[in-house]
Design a protein around this ligand. Structure first.
Ligand code: SF4
Ligand code: SF4
Length: 447
């Protein structure tokens, strides 16, 4: 097939070999073990802790970039997934996934994502190495329980808070794995799903022959290894293209896209110098100086504003296209994903480029006692700001084009495509402008 990256012989041989993805998976698991040890038993100051630097200055900032460039490949090598596989092999108790998880898993993921963001601010998880260590231990417990009871990577597909985010962002990603449907229709074996010899079936419960989204596929390569018909195809695509043609939109996925915008706002606002003044105003209004109360109020407002704005826009679009507000919200929510991704990347770029050297400094300090370190940043803040603006502009362009394609595909035939698009275009421009405004304000560092 044209553009099939698996036509590159060396790449195909590598993906088919037992080295893939183990050669990346096991070193990642080793580094993760060092990170967890450091968080739990290393220096209690975040500034000096290698685990904090690796988790919040390196891993968390680059993870959206990995989703953009390589889809969900992180999930193929993720230490939690590796642990789940180990537990599963050991316990051998492969029950089928409960129906309620299949039905409501993404809502559980949405709720966990909101809860973890809230808890991070209220309990200061990022600033506290021990807090981060405890968070990882809680997740590890969930992974062990899930691996001990349920088949395949139930945790990754139905429960992981990062899984929802990675699913949405991977739809915007550059890589796409599918299978030639003409072969799959005739195929009786379905080894891609069942597994063959020593290679497991798809860990993410997918059948590449009918897969129309990259949201779940982690590019683990198992189906490339097991397919007897050489059907699996890996291609590069225009980022965000998958979002133009979502055939069965789901409200929970659109809702996640909308609240991610709120979460990025919260992350930005609470790192701004004006956050202290805002807190004083909320304290004056509520009559309490409790940070939990002031933050929770801010958090609810930051979540509610994009949800209500999107709902109002969907209602407005419904005046012309005659759809209910909720179904417009479900259809057009996907258009927000590129701007979400750009906002997330732009926010994280600050941590990566203004504090990234702390990963080196804390790493050297582990090996060289008495090492004092140096400046944390790679670039001056003004340079980082220009990159942030550029990312938001790119994200806005991709979101606008996605909204245009969605309105054309859903309402073009009825001649209602432009009227459906205009309210969303205005909202996307306003959200991008607000993001840019936040990036013009001075931001505090994480470490
Ligand atoms: S990917 Fe291969 S094994 Fe799976 S259904 Fe298609 S032809 Fe069969
Ligand atoms: S579809 Fe193939 S590459 Fe994707 S997760 Fe399943 S087995 Fe792995």
């Amino acid at each position: 097939m044209k553009g099939n990256l698996l036509d590159i012989r060396s790449l195909k041989a590598f993906v088919k070999s037992s080295l893939f993805p183990a050669i990346i998976q096991w070193p990642t698991a080793f580094v993760f073990a060092v990170v967890v040890y450091q968080l739990l038993y290393g220096p209690m100051s975040a500034h000096e802790n290698f685990g904090t630097a690796m988790t919040w200055v390196l891993w968390w900032p680059i993870i959206p970039l990995i989703f953009l460039l390589m889809g969900r490949f992180w999930c193929a090598i993720c230490p939690f997934a590796t642990l789940s596989d180990i537990v599963q092999k050991w316990v051998r108790n492969k029950r089928t996934v409960p129906v309620f998880l299949k039905k409501y898993g993404i809502w559980i993921i949405d709720a966990m994502f909101i809860l973890i963001t809230w808890a991070d601010h209220v309990f200061g998880i990022v600033e506290s190495p021990l807090g981060s260590g405890v968070l990882l231990m809680i997740i590890i417990t969930g992974v062990i329980v899930s691996g001990a009871f349920f088949e395949r990577r139930t945790w990754c597909r139905y429960l992981c808070f990062l899984g929802g985010l990675s699913g949405n962002y991977s739809r915007s990603g550059l890589l796409e794995l599918r299978a030639k449907s003409e072969n799959c229709k005739k195929c009786k074996d379905k080894y891609c799903y069942k597994g063959k010899d020593n290679v497991a079936g798809c860990p993410m419960f997918e059948m590449p022959g009918v897969m129309d989204s990259s949201a779940k596929c982690n590019l683990c390569g198992n189906c490339v290894k097991t397919c007897p018909n050489d059907s699996v195809v890996l291609t590069a695509r225009i980022p965000s293209k998958e979002l133009w043609y979502v055939r069965k939109p789901k409200i929970e996925e659109s809702f996640l896209a909308i609240i991610i915008m709120g979460i990025v706002f919260v992350q930005n606002i609470t790192m701004l110098e004006l956050w202290e003044d805002a807190q004083k105003i909320i304290e004056g209004l509520t009559g309490t100086s409790s940070y939990t109360v002031t933050f929770t109020i801010t958090f609810i407002i930051a979540m509610a504003v994009p949800v209500l704005a999107f709902y109002a826009t969907s209602w407005l679009a419904g005046v012309s296209n005659r759809e209910k507000a909720i179904s417009n919200l479900t259809i057009f929510g996907y258009a927000l994903i590129p701007l979400d991704l750009a906002g997330h990347l732009a926010h994280n770029l600050f941590h990566l480029l203004a504090e990234g050297k702390t990963v080196l400094h804390t790493g050297i300090a582990l090996l060289v006692p008495g090492y004092k370190g140096g400046s944390p940043g790679f670039f001056p803040e003004a340079t980082i700001q220009i990159m942030q603006f550029a990312l938001i502009v790119l994200g806005l362009a991709a979101s606008l084009f996605t909204a245009y394609k969605i309105s054309k595909n859903w309402f073009g035939e009825a001649g209602k495509s432009t009227a459906s698009l205009v309210p969303y275009a205005v909202l996307l421009i306003l959200l991008a402008a607000f993001n840019i405004y936040l990036f013009t304000l001075p931001m505090s560092m994480r470490m």
